[in-house]
Design a protein around this ligand. Sequence first.
Ligand code: 15L
Length: 270
Amino acid sequence: MKTVLITGATGDVGTHLSRELAGKYKLRLSDRRPLKAPKGQAFMKADISKMSDALRITKGVDAVVHLGGYSVEGPWDAILKANIIGCYNVFEAARRNGVKRILFPTSNHAVGFYRRDETIDHKVYPKPDSRYGVSKVFGEALGSLYADKYGMEVFMMRIGNVGPKPLDKRRLSIWFSPRDLAQLVSIGIDRPGIKFEIVYGISNNKRRWYDNSNAERLGYRPQDDSEAYAEEILAKEPPSNDPIAEMHQGGVFCTAEEVPNPAAPKKKKR
Ligand code: 15L
């Protein structure tokens, strides 16, 4: 059984993924925040903005799924530390420890300034919609460098929005169900012969904006389609007063300076 490190394991995507992959791989979970690992999984507390921590957690694993980072638009300092320095540390530590394969969740926000009336494939040039999106483009570029220069096997997933259900109209196009996430990640871990690939991390959504034929070529057969939720979601969608957000795939990331951070500690009610 392969040993797989999942960084950012306490986050939303990490929680869904570790639940879905339990029993399939020997999972080593890691995060800055504490986590009680389920039976049969290991937890290592680590701050990936420190190279020594990145080296410690990547030692002796077959593959890394590097989910750790700042997950929305926000202050540059936080993005720099987590998504530029942290991302570099994880790639470099994996290389030094001889880890062959790394999976990176880039984001729909690396290409969020494409319009909603366009269908884009994995070969389009980046059009980030935010500082966060720029940091994901950095991750894609770093992965490409490590593949070409050091022969690492790199699997880039431009992830939409992971969750049990799509959240709103925009997410009908980019929804990624947990079981489809697990299928795509398993391809990224197990498929032989990967050098550097970019795929879209979305379900089989009728309203998708992506031509995901590269993922299909690699064997991805998504099971879920957001259309089942469309009627319910569209009925409660509030009118938008942000035409730029409405026109582009990245939505409010195209206009907002900060998007609520799902990982921020909840404010106590008084
Ligand atoms: C992302 O890249 C974020 O990590 C996630 O929190 C969502 O905001 C998602 O994009 C989205 O576009 O819905």
